[in-house]
Design a protein around this ligand. Structure first.
Ligand SMILES: [Zn+2]
Length: 177
């Protein structure tokens, strides 16, 4: 049994958010390490004036790919951090199916990225902060565990949420000044 509780309650060591109440799964030992790596990618996005979101794709405790949000940098509407990281992982592995992958992303995925996660059959998603505008892992809708869908993905939320929300807030403040 390699799954452990981060603390007493289900993954609630970090800032509680409503998405927790949909969380059926527990954090595992290295989740914080991988999310820290995703956070570093988010920092890089902010340096490029892109909204700070970062993602890492991990298989068997190895980071296959990592990326930050690049919508402004690449002028691409597909330039979300997790979309880039997932696409790169598939290219690196030579397989569009990522059935053993865990995706770490600092913010809850949008409809596009949730769709990509379903299409690539990822196993597990760990995200930092919820997106109440377009989050599709439980905040607005839960596409990743939707009745009738062929594929279902384990979801854990709230990892490093204080640090991530501080970064996002700083970005907003900086962009207004
Ligand atoms: Zn997205």
């Amino acid at each position: 049994m390699d799954r452990v509780l981060a603390s007493g309650a289900k993954g609630c060591r970090f800032d509680p958010c409503p998405a927790y109440f949909n969380t059926q799964f527990f954090f595992i030992v290295n989740d914080e390490y991988w999310m820290e790596l995703a956070f570093q990618e988010a920092l890089r996005s902010a340096q490029n004036r892109d909204f700070p979101v970062g993602a890492v794709v991990v298989i068997d405790e190895e980071a296959i790919s990592r990326a930050g949000n690049e919508r402004y940098l690449s002028h691409s509407p597909l330039g979300h951090a997790e979309a880039i990281a997932i696409t790169r992982a598939a290219e690196i592995l030579g397989d569009w199916r990522l059935t053993q992958a865990t995706v770490y992303v600092t913010m809850e995925p949008c409809p596009m990225c949730s769709g990509l996660m379903l299409q690539t059959r990822i196993k597990r998603l760990v995200y930092g902060v919820p997106s109440y505008r377009e989050g599709c892992a439980g905040s607005v809708v839960n596409l990743l565990d939707y009745p009738g869908m062929a594929h279902h993905i384990e979801v854990c939320s709230g990892m490093l949420s204080k640090k991530i929300s501080d970064l996002m807030q700083d970005f907003f403040l900086d962009s207004r000044s």
